[in-house]
Design a binder for this molecule. Structure first.
Ligand code: TYR
Length: 317
């Protein structure tokens, strides 16, 4: 797979592709980052952007991971001390998932976001962005946005300034980050900074085919046990013929195929024996043609996900 193909695989949107191609021609080692609000449960949604960072690392990018403790604090997720502690745990998870420890630059928000230069930039940006726009940019990111706090209006401004101050060419994130990224793209130039390229990954559905939510426990997180994963996947939504909203197929597409050259679905002889797929598309076609059964996919998905998470479990012990 060539560099551009690797970067583009499994992404929902690149803003813009032309700018990306230009960047690749211009720079040998461009810089990209993802920011994460520290979270007690790192789930497969987080892992999807980690996978993209690993792709970018393979494509020669320099990677920064922002452990966004101040952002989590502004988003009313806990005290600064609490979120900072969770950030340490998250860092260990990300390394265990395959980000190269030597080559990844881990940064805590609180280590640089409280400086004078940073804050002055946030204040400058605050004059250029309307309250309405700041609020809308937080639609899919903010907690309890029916009654937002001022801190949640500062949040997107700081995220935009992060892009500038971390000196990255590319901001990576789920498609839920889109409105904040657009705000950054429109305003950073006027403050004398480069306009960032943005890469957006899709947002995974929960295992029951509805929106992921911690209250519903409808997702796999990296600290699930082997049995929990078999149990969760066994009852996951995987309707015959449905390829659009199929969380099991999504696991293969976004998590398993990127880490394995070929995927073997194990089946008893009497159901046709094992089948090997060389690509996600090949598996999806077989699923549509009903030549592979949801139950067989579920069992194999559990086996592969457990294999992937085994290294994480060992590191977290
Ligand atoms: N907004 C991101 C977190 C983040 C914070 C600051 C950034 O610079 C980047 C990302 C989230 O929803 O999790």
């Amino acid at each position: 797979m060539d560099r551009l193909e690797l970067i583009k695989r499994n992404v929902q949107e690149i803003v813009t592709e032309g700018e990306l191609e230009e960047l690749l021609n211009k720079k040998e080692a461009p810089r990209a980052y993802v920011g994460y609000e520290p979270s007690g449960k790192i789930h497969m949604g987080h892992v999807l952007t980690v996978n993209k960072l690993i792709d970018l690392q393979k494509a020669g990018f320099e990677i920064t991971v922002l452990l966004a403790d101040v952002h989590a604090y502004l988003n009313r997720k806990g005290t600064l001390e609490e979120v900072r502690k969770i950030a340490d745990y998250n860092k260990r998870c990300f390394i265990a998932l395959g980000l190269d420890k030597e080559k990844t630059n881990f940064v805590y928000g609180s280590d640089y976001q409280l400086g004078a230069e940073y804050m002055l930039n946030v204040l400058k940006l605050s004059r250029a962005v309307t309250l309405n726009r700041a609020r809308r940019s937080m639609d899919e990111v903010g907690r309890a946005m029916d009654d937002p706090t001022v801190s949640q209006m500062v949040y997107p401004l700081m995220q935009a300034i992060d892009i500038a101050m971390l000196g990255v060419d590319i901001a990576v994130g789920g498609i839920d980050q889109r409105k904040i990224h657009m705000l950054a793209r429109e305003n950073l130039k006027n403050l004398g900074f480069e306009t960032p390229i943005c890469i957006h990954t899709p947002i995974l559905l929960g295992l029951d085919g509805t929106k992921m939510a911690s209250s519903k426990e409808n997702f796999i997180s990296v600290d699930d046990t082997e049995e929990e994963i078999y149990k969760k996947l066994k009852k996951a939504y995987c309707k015959i013929g449905d390829t659009e909203e199929n969380p099991i197929l999504a696991l293969f597409r976004y998590h398993i195929f990127p880490r394995y050259e070929t995927v073997v679905i194990e089946r008893p002889e009497k159901f046709g024996g094992n089948i090997t797929y060389m690509s996600y598309e090949e598996m999806e076609n077989a699923f549509v043609a009903e030549s592979v059964h949801p139950m067989d996919l579920k069992n194999s998905a559990a086996k592969y996900i457990n294999e992937i998470l085994d290294t994480v479990r060992k590191v977290l012990l």
